[in-house]
Design a protein around this ligand. Sequence first.
Ligand code: HEM
Length: 420
Amino acid sequence: MSTLTDQQAAVDAVPLEEIDVSRPELYQNDTWRPWFARLRAEAPVHYLADSVTGPFWSVTNHHLIKEVDTNHQVFSSEAGGVVIAEPEDLESGELQGESFIQLDEPKHAPQRQAVTPAVAPPNLAELEPLIRERAIDILENLPVGETFNWVQEVSIELTGRMLATLLGFPYEERHKLIYWSDLTTAIPQVTGDDSIDMKKRHEELMEAAGAFYKLWDERAAAPPQFDLISMLAHGEDTRNMNEDPGRFLGTLLLLIVGGNDTTRNSISGGVIALNEAPDEYQKLRDNPGLIPNMVSEFIRWQTPVIHMRRTALQDYELGGKQIKEGDKVVMWYLSGNRDESVFENADRLIIDRPNARQHVAFGFGIHRCMGNRLAEMQLRILWEEIGTRFKQVELVGDVERLSNNFIRGIKDVPVRLHPI
Ligand code: HEM
């Protein structure tokens, strides 16, 4: 692993106009900090004329990210999608996935509203005991005294179980949801891995579509229930969604990826963050009442969704730079959450940070994360239950991360448990 001085030297050696923060290896090696620090200081709205996904603007400070995210009239999610890769690169074969995260108004709102009740407070209150029961079951069966991968045994397990519950997906087949979620974001332009077999990926996503169609037909024929598929199948604006295969698959994959990778990586990131900050870990032991705020701080610190992309529908001046109609504009949430003008000592985890909730990790505006309360609840419950069993989840080896410029993903967190 390179030292911070090496990393800084590498950044200083590159002319400003050539800085490319879309390189997936920056996230795999966890060397992105000085790149964004330089962009925030020297060019918070920065143009890169050439990259593997073509030219794009990078927006890297907190207030300019909010300015873009809240102006959906100018910055469209529909014109070019929400990831830095171009839409034509994303799908192989005939089917183009489409979901409401990629729609502008007026099409977006009715589709979002159809599924929002599943993750609204009354339903979450119903779900809380179930999530707690599942969290306890996972924690009680961990191999105390052995080294194991926290990502696999806890982060993936808990989010997979939760997802199966939300979708009303057969519980014993829940690992399929995780597999499909991982597959959805495994695109060469996002991962930097050209060896991905896009044909096979497409075939497997078709298998996912088949499983969802089956569930859809069952739910449509039954009375409405409180799971996402049933809500879509009975919702006024969504009940014919199954007639449009691209929209059908796209929407279900959105719900899977939205609820899976993100929460999973916040659970893994929290363990890493607390181990890097032993004083904060002690604060938590001394005062478990800090857990809700700590959860927001974990999400800020981890920022599981690295960026969202928009396409300008008209010329617009942003931070003194002239954006042209049709330009690709990328909001780097990871950088916004390390903006020192908003978060003092932004690279440090501070579990009682007074403004942790001001993070941009859930976005802002009409597309603000629909599942944010669910994600926070899962994290809160998990840490409450960890706290009553273990005095430490100790990081005992090297962390392995994903090569991916969209999801800040963590593959391996080797840990040992220290029971109370
Ligand atoms: C820590 C966990 C999570 C993070 C960091 C996160 C992050 C995000 C971000 C950045 C956006 C886009 C915001 C924008 O463009 O302004 C988003 C949208 C979305 N998220 Fe999450 N998310 C998380 C958990 C979840 C969960 C658990 C669900 C479960 C249902 C979910 C479902 C969605 C959906 C459906 C959208 C699209 C909303 C729309 O377009 O109107 N997310 N999320």
